[in-house]
Design a protein around this ligand. Structure first.
Ligand SMILES: Nc1ncnc2c1ncn2[C@@H]1O[C@H](COP(=O)(O)OP(=O)(O)OP(=O)(O)O)[C@@H](O)[C@H]1O
Length: 314
């Protein structure tokens, strides 16, 4: 199946000269949930904005269902629903009119049955006559999704859907996104919450300083880069890691009470037994040991903190 979105050598340099996207290549598969992860300023919003036709690219091209976003702007924009970070709408308008109006903007005929279904799916039907200003933050976010879905897009972009929302609302949002995918909509979300990608995505892309540094199936990513962390609960706290332990990748936590060792489970020698032996040799006692799998968070932190090869050269 051809990709629903194809991004080729996409570059964006803002007028300031800042290169926000640097030769990005990416294919989005029909029906997937793709999470684009990256720290602040990495280029996530810029990438979405280019695909949605809000920001003009400096180089490269983007195809949405085979159509070029610059040459076939109307067609490609119709295929896309965008849920931006903030709601830009008339606060005095009712929920139902806001959503109806959004559909109209795309030149689509009024369809009350569809709007009712969207509002019901998003638990907004009871609020349909409320003014936007009367809604809670969580409801406003759902109105943004309803607006984005009103013209029946094939691909939905969610720009940081759960930034600043509480845990419960975040879970509701995740559930909602899963339900949307069931309806056949392809979903691309940006986030800096690793947990969000870990929870929902089929594939994960990591962007840093305008470059897509990794795209991988979530499961493969976690397995491939799978490391384990050994936590050693020390009998006595340490001020610093003794030099005798320089050979291991260690870090101190909890006021020096815990020593953590990050090791590769696939390595021929994990170094665990040698480490424990050395601890004994230098007289460092411990009360307990435990290991845990690395989370996507550990992997991510490691990735974005690993200098790219050309930076090393520079
Ligand atoms: N209109 C603009 N003019 C100049 N520079 C811009 C413009 N918009 C964004 N940038 C810069 O481009 C870079 C990427 O910004 P972008 O908003 O795409 O990042 P992001 O990954 O979405 O960040 P965040 O997670 O904070 O939303 C940043 O350094 C930003 O300052």
């Amino acid at each position: 199946m051809p990709p629903v979105i194809r991004v080729e050598a996409l570059t964006k340099a803002y007028a300031s000269g800042h290169v926000a996207l640097d030769a990005v290549d990416l294919d989005i598969r029909e029906g997937e949930i793709f999470a684009l992860l990256g720290p602040n300023g990495a280029g996530k919003t810029t990438l979405i904005s280019v695909i949605c036709g809000i920001v003009t690219p400096s180089g490269g091209r983007v195809l949405v269902r085979g159509h070029d976003i610059v040459r076939n702007y109307r067609q490609t924009r119709t295929d896309i629903g965008l849920v931006p970070q903030e709601l830009h709408t008339d606060m005095f308008e009712t929920v139902i009119n806001t959503v109806r109006f959004s559909r109209g903007l795309f030149g689509k005929a009024r369809n009350d049955a569809l709007i009712e279904r969207i509002l019901r799916d998003l638990s907004l039907w009871d609020k349909r006559k409320a003014k936007i200003m009367e809604l809670s933050g969580g409801m406003k976010r759902r109105v943004m999704i309803a607006k984005a879905l009103s013209h029946e897009p094939r691909v939905l972009f969610l720009d940081e859907p759960t930034a600043g929302v509480d845990v419960e609302l975040r879970r509701d949002m995740w559930e909602l996104v899963r339900q949307l995918r069931e309806t056949g909509v392809t979903i691309i979300l940006t986030t800096h919450y690793i947990e969000e990608a870990e929870e929902m995505a089929d594939r994960v892309g990591v962007i840093d300083k305008g470059r897509l540094i990794l795209v991988e199936e979530k499961a493969t990513l976690m397995q491939k880069l799978g490391k384990k962390t050994l936590t050693i609960h020390l009998a006595q706290p340490l001020d610093a890691i003794p030099r005798e332990l320089d050979d291991w990748e260690l870090s101190l936590h909890h006021d020096g009470h815990e020593l953590e060792y990050l090791f590769d489970t696939r390595a021929e020698r994990t170094g665990v037994s040698a480490l424990l032996r050395t601890l004994g040799d230098i007289g460092l006692g411990y009360k307990d040991l435990n290991t845990r799998e690395s989370s996507l968070e550990d992997i991510f932190v490691k990735l974005v903190h690993t200098p790219q090869s050309d930076e090393v050269a520079a």
